[in-house]
Ligand binder design. Structure first.
Ligand SMILES: [Zn+2]
Length: 256
């Protein structure tokens, strides 16, 4: 096994590997220096020192891995600015390799944060935050666009009415909210910047739905479900019938 192969990164040069009981310390630097200035894009660069950065990597042979990266600094002779070489394979946010982040995301679905933290050599909170980022990213991708025809309805799940948003044209569910309170609805629609796309909203007569749509999507036309209109018409017909019946009973009583 060559030194480079221990990381399996062809663009890294590995100079030393120290192995101890619990970990591997890998000393490396990037093979290819930048070919132009990151500020002005001219190629007149000279070396201008270096610093060591530690990148955590995926555990190897049951041991933690830390990469001691010798990161080079350059000075541009054209614009005089300096910069550190960009590190490929490093996560943008954390001192970890991208593949370690992916590893944590996968492992987090199978075992406890604490056991992962222990294997890698970081604290549990870091693992939790990485998993949180992962979930938010997934959620973002799952988010479905607001349709031209929005349906607002509810469904009873675990003994409570939950608001369900649908795309009427495609007959698909867009989202489900915890409840159907006005505050929940307002909070949801405030975050949905694509609500401007909505032109028609079909809903039942639940007041918070109407209030929310009138506040958040003022240009949309509200359509009260035909089903609900028919139901309401039947109810008023019933009321009228009862009123007439009671009047008849009253009149009959007088007659007797
Ligand atoms: Zn420059």
């Amino acid at each position: 096994m060559t030194m480079t192969n221990i990381l399996n990164y062809p663009d890294y040069n590995v100079s030393q590997v120290h192995e101890s009981e619990y970990d591997y310390q890998v000393y490396a630097e990037l093979k290819y220096p930048p070919s132009f200035c990151i500020h002005c894009y001219t190629p007149d660069l000279v070396g201008f020192g270096k610093r060591t950065e530690i990148l955590m990597d995926i555990p190897m042979h049951g041991k933690r891995v830390g990469i001691h990266l010798n990161r080079k600094r350059f000075k541009c002779q054209s614009c005089n600015k300096t910069f550190y070489e960009l590190v490929s394979r490093k996560d943008k946010k954390r001192r970890m390799t991208k593949r370690l982040i992916e590893y944590i995301e996968r492992e987090s679905q199978k075992r406890t944060f604490l056991s992962i933290a222990d294997d890698i050599g970081v604290d549990e909170k870091t693992i939790r935050n990485i998993f949180q980022d992962y979930c938010e990213r997934e959620e973002e991708q799952l988010k479905l666009e607001m349709p031209k025809w929005l349906g607002i309805d509810e469904i009873h799940i675990i003994k409570k009415p939950r608001c369900v948003l649908t795309n009427i044209e495609h007959q698909t569910v867009i989202d489900m909210l915890d409840n159907r309170n006005k505050s929940t609805l307002l909070r949801y629609f405030t975050k949905r910047e694509d609500r401007e796309r909505i032109e028609f909203v079909a809903m039942d007569m639940w007041r918070p739905y109407k209030d929310t749509v009138e506040t958040m999507i003022p240009n949309a036309t509200i359509v009260i479900d035909k089903f609900h209109v028919v139901k309401m018409a039947n109810e008023s017909l019933d009321r009228a019938r009862k009123a007439i019946r009671s009047q008849l009973t009253h009149n009959s009583a007088v007659d007797y």
